[in-house]
Design a protein around this ligand. Sequence first.
Ligand code: NAI
Ligand code: MG
Length: 497
Amino acid sequence: MAELDKPQREVEVPGDWTYASAPESRDIVEIADRYGHFVGGEWLEPTETYETIAPRDEEPLAAVGQATAADVGRAVAAARTAYADGWSSLPGSERAKYLFRIARILQERSREFAVLESLNGGKPIKESRDVDLPLAAAHFFYYAGWADKLEYAFPNRRPRPVGVAGQIIPWNFPLLMLAWKVAPALACGNTVVLKPAETTPLTALLFCDVLRQAELPDGVVNIITGDGRTGAALVESEDVDKIAFTGSTEVGKEIQRRLAGTGKKLTLELGGKAANIVFDDAALDQAVEGIVNGIYFNQGHVCCAGSRLFVQESIYEPLVAKLERRLTTLRVGDPLDKNTDVGAINSAAQLERIRELVASGEEEGAEIYQPPCVLPEKGYWFAPTVFTNVAQSYRIAQEEIFGPVLSVLTFRTPEEAVEKANNTPYGLSAGVWTEKGSRILWMAHRLRAGVVWANTFNRFDPSSPFGGYKESGFGREGGLHGLEPYLTFEDSETFGG
Ligand code: NAI
Ligand code: MG
């Protein structure tokens, strides 16, 4: 006892409570020096290459191919052969077997994929590990389940595959967008030529290894890398039956013009400028978390990001105060650090675009707030930003910034909130925060947005269809709706579908 009674020696009290670094090891993933195109189950030597880098510090990661029109032609021919040679007539239960395998392998190798995604794209490992990878695997599981049930999904319509699908995806969710596109296409019996974005090709190239492990027949999925020129060649390829595109509205419009009159099927998932609407009866702390998740998740590189915050006037001051305080706790830095909340901007070009739009906001008269944070010297970085005093006419309230930048506006009545929220060329998503269930339904009915979240934001599920109105595009991905773009129906002529 006497021992215990002894007064304790003085312990030094830490004065600094910042997080120690907790880096995820990058050794788990092996990156080759050079990659070709994955065509017909083989690696095709590229004629031209470019370097893909890590946006966190501009470290060169690998040389990847810039596919020419001739390479695109080879990939499309391989997909056509695989389509005719058995894939399209395989029983649905057999196709499902491959999709289930892919899903399981993605789960098994998820840490490897998450590290590579964060390294090549800049997103926090916390997100690639907890969101991108689980959702990518979930998409394959989900569509595996539909593969042998298409007749039940579309009764009396005799669903049949479309043929060869050309798929062009962006850099914000590289592997997840691949999963959104490849899984339903294969479930429906199509074959695929996919082009990842030029800045983030590495997880799509690693995915080729998964295809081999799953013993997917050669040519069912072909992956070619390159920039917009490769994408344009894929769109123009005569032997492609369907194009699925996710990216900018500008390129989406261009693709639609190219395909007009060709009879090819097309789905477009384009930009957004989502309204996140907070009523005065909402749980404010919960709403603040939703606002932060809505705009700072993946550095705001999200087509459905809640980039316009509409706050009911009576709670404007307390809400903005809470939001700004919360921003000071966001940790900006190394994407491979497990404590990081906001990672690196994907590319120099995107950083430039964000800077330009933020400068326009300041020039037009909005008030800028950025929490104090030290940004790394190398690489592409932008501090989380909030603009108050924003008029609807400002560019920062109209144009998609695709960065960690929020514009705050106000409203008085639900009618005014709807009118302002719908005052945009886009219509991809929206959020409503209120305690009243009836108001949620009233709002959801009037908001012109493909997805309306209530008391949450940025929630995704493979069984839930996703897609836009107006300049956000057309067609749906996910859910039963997501099967339709990859099928033709016996009644198509009768019903004009
Ligand atoms: P982008 O639309 O140029 O790129 C998306 C994909 O399309 C990439 O794979 C690209 O190589 C390909 N592409 C480019 N030009 C093409 C063409 N003429 N034909 C066929 N494919 C083509 O988007 P970018 O330039 O990377 O970003 C610009 C802006 O677009 C962003 O700041 C953002 O506002 C928006 N964006 C929206 C996305 C979304 O998820 N809806 C994703 C990426 C960008
Ligand atoms: Mg572009």
